[in-house]
Ligand binder design. Structure first.
Ligand code: NAD
Length: 329
């Protein structure tokens, strides 16, 4: 199938070409898919998009007019696609439901340990010849309570790793996962999870129900000095409310791999330009905040699985054979 790959990076090309083996015709574009760039897809049967491509109703209409029939997401989340509009125009939407929960879970725990043991600060100090330990005091993860919100594939792995550390794990999810209960975790309501957890980590999808799940009220119900980690989707967290909580000391540690307004920032080298987003810039001023630029998924294993499932989706759509991981409303 003639497929245009938006937001294509050299690593996408490497893994997609290897998985494709020349079967489908790929056009690689560095630009994001959005209203202005949607006409570039004309004449292609499929578009292949990533997390920050904006596939809203107007974009879907342009794609449909240009002859596109399939939107193949090379990610698990699909909050950036207007599924209603896609359905109305007869476009199929497919995604990669699982590629490496380990990648995201392990990065989540890397953020926790970096923040706790202040690795980001120690790294800079030692390179400056400063071997003083003041300001680097951490705590044992063993015996601490961790609250995992969303216990699907990634949340389950995070719960397993934290159980291995000797943490007491509390969980919250509308659907209990028996594998998480088997680890010894206990499902509780959100208020109890917030009240009892030393570490709160987010692993639920972004939906209307979870938008700003962590807002001022939720933060007020958390322990003083809580560690908050978000490797899921930026808009789960009300960032100005978290900045207030950092200033008051309510939040003692913040680890982010995602940010509500990450679209214009992430996945590009902007080091020679000024950051215009004042909220993001404020976050960067706190010594107890570690931010990575949506890299939790970024392992060799995950990229290989993403590429293979994407090719599988395109082939299944074209031939009607094999598994198509379709997304419906
Ligand atoms: P999953 O579908 O396996 O699990 C999501 C879980 O969240 C489900 O168990 C679901 O019942 C639960 N959930 C839904 N609504 C909830 C609510 N209101 N409160 C609590 N739990 C709720 O998904 P997954 O593979 O574990 O991925 C989780 C999220 O991680 C994705 O939606 C995506 O946004 C994010 N993600 C981020 C990266 C990254 O690189 N940072 C990579 C992959 C996925």
């Amino acid at each position: 199938m003639r497929t245009v790959i938006f937001s294509a990076k050299p690593y996408d090309r490497t893994f997609l070409d290897a998985a494709n083996g020349g079967r489908h015709h790929f056009t690689y574009l560095e630009t994001r898919l959005e209203r202005e760039s949607a006409p570039l897809a004309a004449g292609h049967d499929a578009v292949c998009v990533f997390v920050n491509d904006a596939v809203d109703a107007e974009t879907v209409t342009t794609l449909a007019k240009g002859g596109t029939k399939l939107i193949a997401l090379r990610c698990a989340g699909y909050n950036n696609v207007d599924l209603k509009a896609a359905g109305e125009h007869g476009l199929t939407v497919a995604r990669v439901p699982a590629y490496s929960p380990h990648a995201v879970a392990e990065h989540t725990v890397a953020l926790m340990l970096s923040l706790n043991r202040k690795i980001h600060r120690a790294y800079a100090r030692v390179r400056e010849g400063n071997f003083a330990l003041e300001g680097l005091l951490g705590f044992d993860m063993h015996g601490r309570t961790a609250g995992v919100i969303g216990t699907g594939k990634i949340g389950e792995r995070v719960a397993a790793i934290l159980t291995g550390f000797g943490c007491r794990v509390l969980a919250h999810d509308p659907f209990e996962n028996p594998a998480v209960t088997a680890l010894g975790a206990r499902y509780v309501g959100l208020p109890d999870l917030f009240a009892e957890s030393d570490v709160v980590t987010l692993h639920c999808p972004l939906t209307e129900a979870t938008h700003h799940l962590v807002d001022g009220e939720a933060l007020a119900g958390m322990k003083d000095g809580v560690m908050l980690i978000n490797t899921s989707r930026g808009a789960l967290v009300d960032t100005p409310a978290v900045i207030d909580a950092l200033k008051s000391g309510k939040v003692g540690y913040l680890g982010l791999d995602v940010y509500e307004e990450e679209g214009p920032l992430f996945f590009e080298d902007r080091s020679a330009r000024l950051i215009q987003d004042d909220v993001f810039s404020r976050l960067l001023t706190f010594p107890n905040v570690v931010i990575t630029g949506h890299q939790a998924f970024f392992t060799r294993e995950a990229l290989r699985n993403i590429a293979e499932t994407t090719i599988q989706n395109i082939t299944a759509f074209e031939t009607g054979q094999g598994t198509l991981h379709a997304v419906t409303l």
